[in-house]
Design a protein around this ligand. Structure first.
Ligand SMILES: [Zn+2]
Ligand SMILES: [Zn+2]
Length: 292
């Protein structure tokens, strides 16, 4: 029954079947800009995860209005949701209300069908918050839900393509490979140790030899002494992160860590500094990265 709630995405979004998708030559328009709107997995005067690509594609929606002006919020075209935990969604209801009635095309909300269903059942449900997937009306809604499937190719905005890759969290969850021309970024969302994620990523990069992974956004939530809790809740510690990085066989990639629980940030930082062989940075709100 609830499946009927998933309206068809009213914009041009299709799975693209051909391999070798990421063709292209380098020029200045290839630069991919990442703005950290939020990067923490908890609330201690801190911002929840959200990463803005080229001012128009948002990876998760933990922070929007708390970091962006109205003018910049109106530039967002698509949001890629990794999973339905509230720290990745909490900015969404206020954002859609902010852009409502501003002549904005429907925001395309991409996510696994179970995740979008949960969002509509429990958040944009006319109880906790108005159902902006039907406002002002179902034909021209403020938010268009666009279900995605593991391993398929989609377009988030002109020139920005992505592939969902399933991760290992406590419920349905995926990360994303996002590409602009030949440059790509890998985003894990929330995950515990996950061989299948790295295997899928290896397969995708093998099928697309032109692709160059420039950045990896990977979670690390807890310090090492909470390893069993981290594994139970589908998260990583610095020691588990190091194990995962050994499965990621790409060189010269900037590794950016997010989702630190803020009450453990000092411990996590110290333990991450001890990991050698990799260039690892803990993300901070309002940082910007450029990849070309
Ligand atoms: Zn989270
Ligand atoms: Zn989560």
């Amino acid at each position: 029954m609830i499946d009927t709630l998933l309206i068809e995405c009213p914009v041009h979004v299709q799975g693209i079947r051909q391999k070798r998708l990421f063709k292209g030559t380098s020029n200045r328009y290839d630069v991919m800009k990442i703005q950290v709107l939020g990067c923490f997995g908890g609330d201690l005067k801190s911002r929840f995860p959200a990463f803005l690509i080229d001012e128009k594609v948002l990876l998760d929606a933990g922070t929007i209005g708390g970091a962006l002006s109205l003018e910049n919020q109106l530039k967002i075209q698509s949001i890629l949701i990794s999973h339905h935990h509230i720290d990745h969604l909490i900015g969404l209801p206020f954002f859609v209300e902010t852009i409502y009635n501003k002549n904005h095309s429907p925001i395309r909300l991409f996510g696994l069908s179970e995740v979008l269903r949960c969002l509509r059942t429990h958040l944009l449900n006319d109880v906790l918050w108005p159902d902006f997937t039907r406002l002002p009306n179902s034909e021209h809604p403020t938010v268009a839900c666009c279900p995605v499937e593991d391993g398929k190719y989609y377009e988030a905005a002109p020139g920005i393509r992505f592939i969902p890759i399933m991760t290992c969290h406590t419920g349905p969850a995926c990360g994303y490979l996002i590409a602009k021309k030949h440059s790509a970024l890998v985003y894990t969302g929330d995950t515990g140790p996950c061989d299948t994620f790295w295997e899928s990523l290896a397969r995708i990069t093998e099928e697309n030899p032109n692709i160059q992974i420039k950045g990896l956004l990977i979670e690390c939530s807890f310090p090492n002494h909470l390893e069993s809790f981290a594994i139970k809740t589908g998260h990583l510690t610095p020691a588990l992160l190091e194990n995962e990085l050994a499965k990621f066989n790409h060189k010269n990639v900037q590794i950016m860590v997010f989702h630190m629980k803020p009450q453990y940030i000092g411990e996590i930082e110290m333990e991450i500094r001890k990991i050698s062989d990799y260039s690892i940075e803990l993300m901070k709100p309002d940082q910007e990265y450029f990849f070309d």
